[in-house]
Each structure stands twice: as structure tokens, then as C-alpha cells.
Design a protein around this ligand. Sequence first.
Ligand SMILES: NC(=O)C1=CN([C@@H]2O[C@H](COP(=O)(O)OP(=O)(O)OC[C@H]3O[C@@H](n4cnc5c(N)ncnc54)[C@H](O)[C@@H]3O)[C@@H](O)[C@H]2O)[C@@H](O)CC1
Ligand SMILES: Nc1ncnc2c1ncn2[C@@H]1O[C@H](COP(=O)(O)OP(=O)(O)O)[C@@H](O)[C@H]1O
Ligand SMILES: [K+]
Length: 502
Amino acid sequence: MTPLLLRSQIHALELAHAALPLMQRAGAAIAAYVRQIALPGSRLLVLAGPGNNGGDALVAASLLHHDYVLNVVMFGDPQRLPDQAAQACRDWQASGGELHTALPVLGDTPGYALVLDGLFGIGLARPLQGGAAALVQQVNALGVPVLALDVPSGLCADTGAVLGVAIQARYTLTFLAHKPGLYTHDGPDHAGRVQLARLDVPGPDVADLVAGDAGVAGYGHLLDAPGELHALKRRLNSNKGNHGRVAVIGGAGGMMGAALLAARAALLCGAGRVYAGLLDAQAYGLDYLYPELMLRDPLPLTEVDAADCVVLGPGLGQGDLALYLLEAALRLPAPLVLDADALNLMACTPTCAEQSCARSAATIITPHPGEAARLLACSVAEVQQDRIGSAIRLAQQYAAITVLKGCGSVIATPAGHWWINRSGNPGLASAGMGDVLAGIIAALLVQGLQPQQSVLTAVHLHGAAADGLVASGIGPLGLTASEVGLQARRILNLWLARADAS
Ligand SMILES: NC(=O)C1=CN([C@@H]2O[C@H](COP(=O)(O)OP(=O)(O)OC[C@H]3O[C@@H](n4cnc5c(N)ncnc54)[C@H](O)[C@@H]3O)[C@@H](O)[C@H]2O)[C@@H](O)CC1
Ligand SMILES: Nc1ncnc2c1ncn2[C@@H]1O[C@H](COP(=O)(O)OP(=O)(O)O)[C@@H](O)[C@H]1O
Ligand SMILES: [K+]
């Protein structure tokens, strides 16, 4: 899996390699990339900011000078550039290059083929305002493809939050290591296609990259491939009893579908037996589409007691029975997946955190940002401003593997390990998708994957299923949770066959 480094960790890496000509290498990597995406002779707009990101852009400008028509806009005082960037600026001017202080008016001359955004990189320290914000807005309004250098200016490299306003790039060439902000929250909308230029610096293990922030165990990983699936391989001589028992509890009045979606997804992803305990007194005794499911009253807890994993929450409601079931589930010795209303109930029942922390089996919580905000007693905006930190805080508060869902779902463990999922698309932004995810997690868990591996695989699979469907024209508009469950089955079996063959 690909490492994801926070800004403090990138700085540690830079420090460990301070003797290397990193800015020269970054400039060369930019020039090589530009030659792939812009025709020689075309006009390029180069934006150089007040720090080393601007230096990278200026080195590239000098390297591209003879083959392109370049307009370089310097934002900030060139006299105050840091040393290496100042040298890059002198080199540019010595080669006959001009520095503009604002976007040149092109008149009748052909427009820009490409913009190189070297305004701000990982040194962005506060929201863009005034001249910087205006420049970014002007560039976005040009409608010209933008190559962002390191990160799109205005985007926080750690969190993917837009600070004020941010460059809308078609491409991002990022240096040394991938940054989490490119992959979660608003990052993917601003970064476009991301490519890494390592600058001949080896991976992150060279440096001690433990971040200063409390609770973060080190650098994270981009979840861009399924992990080890060996435990899912079935012996020829196996029976349903070998493939685990999932119990889904939820489906109060008007919300039966949520519990059925989770239960069906568990069935489709291979659980040997799936029970659904439905709270709706009017619930049918049969799922006509999937009669394989065993629908029961949630009380008594007989099947729940015997389950190898319990999913509690889809369509659960927040009544007295729901709370009783939540407290009973927290006492169960089996792994527990808590979603939706189970999380809302936990947020307003302080004793639940204590109960959750006292559990011996794995607890998995899968909040979307709204549920996370309730659990953390803060606003959704605060959760989104720091998705990694929020996920880790939740993981620690409940001693639970946590999936903070949304664009670039963040998975975190109580020990402070974290991942960002790369699969998935906005087709998943429709009702019932979270229920399907909860069912998939439980299915993988009861078939023998370890809890952490179940969560990582399920999150990646869920997104990959949506990607596969969109690629074949089913979605993003109108993609349904039921289709994602079916496609997850197909992809999981393909992954398994591939793992088997290798
Ligand atoms: N240090 C190194 O070893 C390397 C750095 N590189 C480049 O250097 C970048 C980091 O350079 P810096 O640390 O100089 O940081 P940046 O170039 O990202 O920006 C820092 C400058 O912007 C100003 N600034 C920050 N936020 C602002 C705001 N909202 N409005 C106005 N001004 C603001 C700061 O006061 C400072 O002058 C990386 O993103 C990368 O592009 C690369 O050359 C690779 C090697
Ligand atoms: N824009 C998006 N990009 C990627 N994944 C998304 C996006 N929007 C939603 N998802 C995923 O879809 C699922 C939605 O879950 P949730 O919000 O709980 O829905 P519901 O409660 O309707 O089941 C989560 O796994 C989430 O990560
Ligand atoms: K930039």
C-alpha cells in the first residue's frame, strides 16, 4: 500500500535529505511532465508563490524556456524568497525571463495551453485572502487545464480542506510522497489526476516519521488494493457452518429496507448464515427477494447470542427497544459492527463509550460525518476539517476500528494507524450504501478475516463495486445500494480467483 505523509512527516523526510538538490529535481520532474501534456511552442502560464513551491515552478520555467512561450507571474516579493527559490528566480531572470506581478492580458495572441500552479504547496499556513485568493479565482475562471505543483494551491495537504479558495487542477504532480489531503474531503475534486515524483528519495522508512500530533501512530496508507484474502478461500470439504453466522439488528417501522440491505450484502459476500432481527412489528417473516435470509424478532436474543458477528444499527430507530438492544449488544462476546442509529444512540448515551472500551471482541463503528459529529460533540464542518484526526479520536474514544465515511473514507484504529480509501465515487452518495458496507464488513469477518483486514477489504471492495458499475454505465446517477451488493460479490470472487492464481 502507498504511504501517505502528513506535512510534518514530509518536512522530516526533507530534513533527512537536505543535502540533495531537491528543488532542481522537482523542477526537472515538472518540466518532463509538462512535455507530456503540452505541445512544444504553446503558451504556458507559470504561477510562482512566495516560498519553495514558487521555486519549483521557477526551476521548471528555466528548463522549459526554449521550447515554450512562458508568462511567469510572481506572487509576493522576489526579494523575500527563501534561498533556493531566490536562486531559481535569479536563474530565470538571467536566462532572459520576465516576472509579471499580475496575469498578463493576452489580447489577440493564442491563449494558454496549460497553467503551472506553484503558488503554495505544503507551506500553506492560513486561508487564502486578498490578492492570492483573487489570483486563484482568476486562474480557475480561465478554463485552462492546470498542473498543480505538489498540491493545488489553497488545499490543505494534510486534510483536503479548502482554505478560503483553491486551484481546480486537472493534474497534480506531487513531490517526495503522497499527501492525504489529495485523497479525502475536497482533495479529489481539486487535485485531478495525481502523479508522484519521488525525486530519487527512498520511501518514508528512512526517517522517523512519527507525527507530533497526539494519537497519530505514524504515516498512513492509501488503500488502493485488496489485502490478503487467503482466509476466505474455501476448503472443498466445507459446509455453511464453516462460513460464519451474521446477525443484523435494525429495521424499525418504515426502515426495514436498511436492515435487509445489510443482511443481503452479508449473504452476497459469503456469510454462511444470515439472520435479520427486525424491530418493525409489521415486518414480514420472509424476504421475498432473498428467502435465504432468516428474519426474526430481535427478542429473544437467541440468534444474536450465537452470531459470529452482529451488525446493529441499520434502520434501528432510537426508541427504548433500540437502546436496550444496543446495551445488550455491547455486552456480547462477538465482534460488533455499529452503524447509523446505533451511533446516534451512543452519542446521547455517555455510558456506551465505557461499555465499548470494556469489550473483549472487536468493535467497528462506521459513522458518516454527521454521525461522527454527534459522537464527537462537534460540528460536521469540524469533523471534515480534520477527517484523519476525527477518525482517530473516535477510534480511541470507543476503542473501535473506525470508518469515517465519505469521499476518501478514513479508516483508523485505536492505536492511531490510519488509511484513506481510494476506491468509490459519488454514485455511492445515495440511501442504503452504508447499510451495504456494514453487511460486507460482517461477512468478511465471520469468514475468517481479522477485524482490521475485514474493514479495510470491505471499504475498498464497496468502493470498487461502485467504480465497476459506473465504468459499465450503471451510475453514478441512479446507482442503487442493491446493485452495489451484487457487484461486490462479483468483485470479491474475482479478487479471490486472482489471489488463488498468483
Ligand atoms: N524543502 C524541500 O526540501 C523541498 C520543497 N519543495 C517544495 O517546497 C514546497 C514547500 O515550500 P515552503 O515550505 O516554502 O512553502 P510554500 O511554498 O508552500 O509556501 C510558503 C510561503 O507561503 C506563505 N503563505 C502561506 N500561507 C499563505 C497564505 N494563505 N497567504 C499568503 N501567503 C501564505 C508563507 O508565508 C511562505 O512565504 C513544497 O510544497 C514543494 O513544492 C520541493 O522543492 C521539494 C523539496
Ligand atoms: N462522494 C462519495 N465518494 C465516495 N464514496 C462515497 C461518496 N458518498 C458516499 N460514499 C460512500 O457511500 C456510503 C454511504 O454511507 P451512509 O452515508 O451511511 O449511507 P446510508 O446511511 O444511506 O446507508 C459510505 O460508504 C460512503 O463512504
Ligand atoms: K501548488
